[in-house]
Design a protein around this ligand. Structure first.
Ligand code: NAD
Ligand code: UDP
Length: 320
């Protein structure tokens, strides 16, 4: 098995690279380090089954080094390259649109050239601010095409349409997974997403910034569970779209309380303005993943949170 992981130096991608190498696969990690970091794949450097190449997937796979790394054959292309945190995609709006459009097209062409399977990492954001709850794959979503979040939501929706189009037009072996909020070690302390932000704030004794009254919900999946589901999907041959996430739904206020308890912090909670178009609720229906992959999350929220806190603590000790 030879696999390409675009966005392989990111939070999720680096865990995917490790899991693939552990399973005996050869992995080519392509990343332009826009929101990822070489440190995320430091543990794989020098491994004979792992290769990192700096590459902007939106520009295609034209450099000589990248072309050489992709030879002679490929079985799987996992397309994860894209900013994923609202803070990141609002800072890099055009790069985000490019990663989902030109990047997905380049990844599909690559898979087609090699007769490989392409797996697109899509997102629960394709459901927008959902009017169906929990979200099933049949739901078409409630998305603004011009709001600030649209650069991410619509790039993923376009990526899905392109992927479905390649499957119909060229018979490319494709699969679409819709990933719901995932957290865990290796998230950047300042990436803006709720778990790393609250953990960083709690450990620093700073106020936890709850957006609005905190009654909006998210369903948080520990990264190891997500990676297991993603790889099961990659090997299944299923076309998707398929939801992957943890259906245990929490309000943001509850997430803040749990982080304060897990860190033993005395930080207060303060209310800050809700971001524009912030979805009010989100929870995956994972009936399809359970039936087709025999997959479901195993790591509870409090267990995953404890692991995450301990990772952030060890990082801050290392930095001190
Ligand atoms: P991340 O920001 O940590 O990782 C994204 C990686 O893609 C980074 O290493 C970045 O440098 C790289 N990248 C971005 N644009 C690129 C380009 N043009 N060429 C090459 N590399 C590029 O984010 P993540 O949380 O690991 O997300 C990974 C994927 O999973 C993304 O596609 C994201 O949309 C999807 N996803 C993640 C979540 C989540 O909660 N983590 C939820 C839904 C979907
Ligand atoms: N959030 C918050 N405080 C923060 C960061 C995020 O209250 O410091 C909220 C955010 O408004 C949203 C939820 O937490 O309602 C999840 O945000 P995140 O950016 O993690 O993910 P997404 O909005 O993409 O689901």
């Amino acid at each position: 098995m030879r696999a390409v992981v675009t966005g392989g130096a990111g939070f999720v991608g680096s865990r995917v690279c490790e899991a693939l190498v552990d399973s005996g696969a050869e992995v080519v990690c392509l990343d332009n380090l826009l929101t990822g970091a070489p440190g995320n794949v430091a543990g794989l450097r020098g491994h004979p089954a792992f290769r990192f190449e700096h590459c902007d997937v939106a520009e295609g796979f034209t450099s000589r080094a990248v072309r050489a790394a992709l030879r002679p054959d490929l079985d799987l292309v996992l397309h994860l390259a894209s900013p994923a945190s609202p803070v990141d995609y609002l800072e890099h709006p055009i790069e985000t649109l490019d990663a989902g459009s030109r990047g997905t097209r380049a990844a599909l062409d690559l898979a087609g050239e090699h007769g490989a399977r392409l797996v697109l990492a899509s997102t629960s954001e394709v459901y927008g601010d959902p009017q169906v709850h929990p979200q099933t794959e049949e739901y078409w979503g409630n998305v603004s095409s011009v709001g600030p979040r649209s650069v991410y939501d619509e790039s993923k929706r376009f990526g899905e349409a392109l992927t479905a189009g390649y499957r119909r037009a060229f018979g490319t072996d494709t699969g679409i997974v819709r990933i719901f909020n995932t957290y865990g070690p290796r998230m950047r302390a300042h990436d803006g997403r709720v778990v790393p932000t609250f953990v960083r704030q709690a450990l620093a004794g700073e106020p936890l910034t709850v957006a609005g009254d905190g009654s909006q919900t998210r369903s948080l999946c520990y990264v190891d569970d997500l990676v297991a589901g993603l790889l099961a999907f990659a090997h299944s041959g299923h076309p998707g779209p398929m939801n992957l996430g943890n259906p245990h739904e929490l309000t943001v206020a509850r997430i803040a309380e749990d982080v304060i308890r897990a860190t033993g912090s005395t930080s207060p909670v303060v209310q800050v303005e809700r971001p524009v178009d912030d979805p009010g609720k989100r929870c995956p229906d994972i009936t399809l993943a359970r039936a087709e992959l025999g997959w479901e999350p195993r790591i509870s929220w409090l267990d995953g949170l404890a692991r995450t806190v301990s990772w952030f603590r060890s990082r801050s000790r290392g930095a001190a």
